[in-house]
Design a protein around this ligand. Structure first.
Ligand code: ASP
Ligand code: MG
Length: 418
């Protein structure tokens, strides 16, 4: 069986959904599970809605109506007004009506997941209805009954054993009857609350289903020709990889390459399932195949740019050396605040650490660190990672920016720049 994942860009309008069905038609006769993201920029819009709700802002209904109008406009381009998809979508949005009527309680991440998840619940309704409309038999599946997570909202930790058991129990029989369409990015807790798996988590969803069902391959359909050596938004003269090893792909995503969610590759590697990254506009193109290939020769470096970084420097309040006890306390705080460290360096009197800036988490951490350390920080920074670098190329990359922290290993160069 095959697993397909369609990201937000591929289903951003009616033309995208029509294109999706054309791609799927090419695979008629194969068992197919389709994982779909929220349409276009819906997740960002729902994030805005969540913030407006929690802060009880006046523009909440404005934001909400825009989200609804966008989806109903797409529906009206795909279906006659009497089509049941209109009611399905309206009924899904009702969940938001109920939620925003009440006063927000104080767990932001919990509220976020209950609201933001509506994006995928709606997009899959539309995609599923359209597949059936063009004569492809397809069934809508609520992923929250299959991908079981703990209650770490916004970053649900998947309970693999339970998840695979449920998937293996029900999905093979469904796939015999037709296509299965389900939501990326979402999970469910044992108390039936919705969780999300982290931004761009739909790739990970596809990998979970593929690993549990021992799929032949996973294909993620994208608006790029495959995996490029650098983001074309930042660099010209990019090249596409026809092949990549699992290990290289893991390294790339770890350092922040946005093309694939970082948790996606490992389960596929363990089950030896190739991941194909293909352009949805040209389904016959080969794209990039990620599999267990031998190390390649990298003619061009792999460059990963990650923005919105904060660099924090800690020193002990009594000006003593930074000891293992200090570090152990610091790491515990990072773990407790769910902050992943992107780069760090220890010197005699200070510990410097770089990570993604996320306001609420940062403020919490900062307050806790301040109690024990002198804390200095700098935000709005960028971290540039270069794999397979040549020393002489690094200068051009940095350009006239100031380097605040730098680390070079044999294969990988990393620089935090301002
Ligand atoms: N819709 C979610 C996001 O934009 C998940 C995904 O697209 O993979 O982050
Ligand atoms: Mg997306």
């Amino acid at each position: 069986m095959l697993v397909f994942k369609f990201g937000g860009a591929s289903v951003k309008d009616a033309a995208g959904i029509i294109n999706l069905t054309k791609v799927v038609q090419k695979y008629a006769g194969q068992q197919l599970l389709i994982v779909v993201s929220a349409m276009g920029k819906t997740t960002n819009a729902l994030e805005k809605l969540t913030k407006a709700y929690v802060d009880q802002k006046d523009d909440i209904h404005l934001i909400y109506n825009e989200i609804k109008d966008y989806h109903f406009h797409i529906l009206s381009e795909l279906f006659d007004p009497s089509h049941p998809a209109f009611d399905e979508v309206a009924n899904t949005f009702v969940e938001i009506d109920w939620m925003i009527e009440d006063e927000p309680h104080d767990d932001y991440d919990f509220i976020y997941d209950q609201l933001v998840s509506i994006g995928e619940l709606v997009s899959t309704r539309i995609v599923n209805a359209y597949l059936n409309h063009v004569g492809l038999t397809s069934k809508w599946l609520d992923v929250r009954g299959y991908i079981h997570t703990d209650n770490t909202y916004r970053e649900g930790v998947v309970e693999w054993a339970k998840t695979c058991e449920h998937i293996q129990q029900d999905i093979p029989a469904l796939l015999q009857k037709g296509i299965v369409v389900t939501q990326g990015f979402l999970g469910g807790t044992s108390e039936n609350f919705t969780t999300t798996l982290g931004r761009e988590g739909s790739d990970y969803t596809a990998a979970i289903f593929a690993a549990c069902l021992k799929a032949t391959s996973v294909t993620t359909w994208k608006d790029v020709p495959g995996i490029l050596n650098a983001d074309p938004k930042h660099f010209k003269d990019t090249v596409k990889f026809d092949q990549l090893s699992y290990t290289e792909a893991i390294e790339m995503t770890y350092y922040g390459a946005g093309v694939i969610h970082p948790k996606t590759i490992k389960p596929l590697q363990n089950a030896n399932i190739p991941l194909l990254v293909k352009p949805f506009g040209d389904p016959d193109a080969i794209g990039t195949v990620i599999s267990e290939t031998a190390a390649l020769y990298y003619e061009k470096p792999v460059i990963i740019v990650k923005q919105d970084q904060v660099l924090v420097s800690l020193s002990a309040k009594d000006y003593t050396f930074i000891t293992e006890d200090h570090l152990s306390a610091v790491f515990s705080l990072f773990a407790a605040n769910h902050i992943k460290i992107n780069m760090m360096q220890v010197s005699a009197l200070s510990f410097t650490v770089c990570f993604d800036y996320r306001e609420e988490r940062f403020d919490n951490l900062h307050n806790q660190l301040k109690q024990e350390f002198n804390v200095k920080y700098n935000n709005n920074l960028t971290i540039i990672t270069v794999r397979h670098y040549k020393q002489e190329e690094l200068k051009a990359l940095i350009d006239d920016r100031t380097v605040l922290l730098e680390q070079l290993s044999r294969n990988t160069a990393q620089m935090v720049v301002k």
